[in-house]
Design a protein around this ligand. Structure first.
Ligand code: 2AM
Length: 487
């Protein structure tokens, strides 16, 4: 058999897989490729891979034989059982110390399970988030690897070479943590992406429905916002979307698109995870539910003729001031969303015994991925100042930014409410801000209610924490406290 020549193998030549291969090759690595439907290998070799250091293989055995040791194989197939099928095919052909990498959108518990199972066989598993879409995969994605830490030194030179770069030459890729940590962080990235997109849509709704701004005016506003603290990929593409006209009708394309959204599930997983960990992730939850509500198109159309809103005149305030207020509302809400997302990662790290460095995550998201922005640089600085920061809002910079933007944020919330325009993400963000900064919430009453109907007991303001009391509120039912009723 010929001497192995390839630095890494890749299985799954859909567009993400192909683009990653071309990116690796472009950085000097020889890549062996395989796809279940082998005609795809031939098409790739004859097409985009022609003349490049890419070794086409027609079986997994051939792929394994073409790799230098320790072998490194990246799996880019559909998340779920396909990943297990490929791993089961490969594992018997590999030797201890060989490395398998899943670069798909896998749910993190699967990655934890695979990392553990393969470790038993001496194989080193990595589950990595790859973000940036097709373009990112080709030109520089954000890469978030986690799993067996022994694999990282072998994979690092390849991953950091192909990753997006910021601030000169800093790669948007670093080791995230053990087991499913990489895929967990990618999941939170996607949740934050849901939140960012929903916030932008709410800003659009306010400017469009309330101020009557059309696509051209919106294009201008987003162009200006993209040069301020909101500077980001998503604001930039939104600006460009408003500038795009339907080639046939000449109308703004955005006006012709049906207002119902789909979702693939990563936003939902993020929200489920927040509920399991008991971390408020209200903004992303609202963003997920806003998509669900949008999908009820026929119901909404029927209800629009039945349910009445406020009888408010059209907007009568200062238009320029209101546009600036909406910018502030968007910006402040975005700070809340990231504060909640980073708090979730901190809680998951604690719960799982993982080490996830929030500053390092912020750096990985700075470039390459969909939520890339200048703002993430500020988040990185905040976690550099204090890696153990409980909540991003408490960092002096973000505290100041929230203070600066909250009057506009509050004005937007009240105008939206009085005009009947839904801003679930912006208003829930404000509720979280006001809740988090409250030293006293109405939960004393909640505890009284729980104790009244279920003898759940309560602690007292005039006694030390940890002492529990029960009141016989009705004079009936005795004085026995419930100790086994905690959900
Ligand atoms: P295919 O071209 O043979 O369908 C995205 O669907 C990628 O995942 C494709 O490269 C596809 O291969 C691959 N894929 C899907 N299910 C698979 C499986 N069970 N085993 C191997 N590859 C699979």
């Amino acid at each position: 058999m010929a001497t192995p020549t390839a630095d890494i193998g890749l299985i799954g030549l859909a567009v993400m897989g192909e683009n990653l291969v071309l990116n690796m090759e472009d950085h000097g690595f020889t890549v062996a490729v395989f796809n279940r439907t082998t005609s795809r290998v031939d098409e790739f070799l004859a097409g985009r891979a022609k003349g490049k250091k890419i070794v086409g293989c027609h079986s997994v055995e051939e792929l394994v034989a073409s790799l230098k040791r320790p072998r490194k194989i990246m799996i880019m197939v559909k998340a779920g059982s396909a990943v297990d099928a490929v791993i089961d095919q490969l594992a018997p052909l590999l030797e201890p110390g060989d490395i398998l990498i899943d670069g798909g959108n896998t749910h993190h518990p699967d990655t934890t399970r695979r990392t553990r199972a393969l470790k038993e066989k001496g194989l080193l598993f990595i589950g990595t988030g790859v973000s940036g879409g097709e373009e990112g995969a080709l030109r520089g994605p954000s890469i978030m690897p986690g799993g067996n830490p022994d694999a990282w030194p072998h994979v690092k030179p390849i991953f950091q070479a192909i990753a997006a770069k910021v601030d000169g030459n800093v790669p948007c890729c670093d080791w995230v943590g053990p087991e499913g940590a990489g895929h967990f962080v990618k999941m939170v990235h996607n949740g934050i992406e849901y939140g960012d997109m929903q916030l932008i849509c709410e800003a659009y709704h306010l400017l469009h429905a309330l101020l009557g701004f059309g696509a051209d005016a919106l294009h201008e506003v987003f162009d200006r916002w993209n040069r301020g603290p909101l500077d980001s990929y998503l604001i930039e593409i939104t600006r460009d979307i408003f500038g795009y006209r339907d080639p046939e009708s000449g109308q703004p394309m955005v006006d012709l698109i049906l207002d119902t959204a789909g979702q693939k599930g990563t936003g939902k997983w993020t929200v489920i995870s927040s509920a399991e960990l008991g971390v408020p992730l209200t903004l992303i939850a609202e963003a997920v539910y806003a998509r669900c509500l949008s999908a009820l198109k026929e119901e909404r159309v029927r209800a629009s003729g039945i349910l009445k809103g406020p009888a408010v005149e059209s907007f009568s305030g200062n238009v320029q001031q209101f546009v600036d207020d909406v910018e502030m509302a968007l910006y402040a809400s975005k700070i809340i969303s990231y504060a909640q997302g980073f708090a979730l990662m901190r809680a998951m790290a604690r719960e799982s015994g993982w080490t996830i460095e929030n500053g390092s995550v912020a750096l990985m998201w700075r470039g390459g991925c969909i939520i890339r922005s200048a703002f993430l640089g500020k988040i990185k600085e905040a976690f550099d100042r204090n890696p153990a920061l409980d909540n991003l809002m408490l960092d002096p910079y973000f505290q100041g930014e929230l203070e600066r933007s909250q009057s506009g944020w509050r004005r937007v919330a009240s105008v939206a409410v009085s005009h009947g325009i839904p801003i679930p993400a912006m208003s829930s963000a404000l509720a979280y801000y006001d809740g988090y900064r409250s030293d006293r919430l109405p939960t004393n009453l909640l505890q009284a209610q729980r104790d009244y109907f279920g003898a759940h007991t309560y602690e007292r303001t005039d006694r030390p924490r940890g002492e529990f009391f029960h009141t016989n509120w009705t004079g009936r039912g005795g004085t026995t406290a419930s100790t086994t009723y905690n959900a």
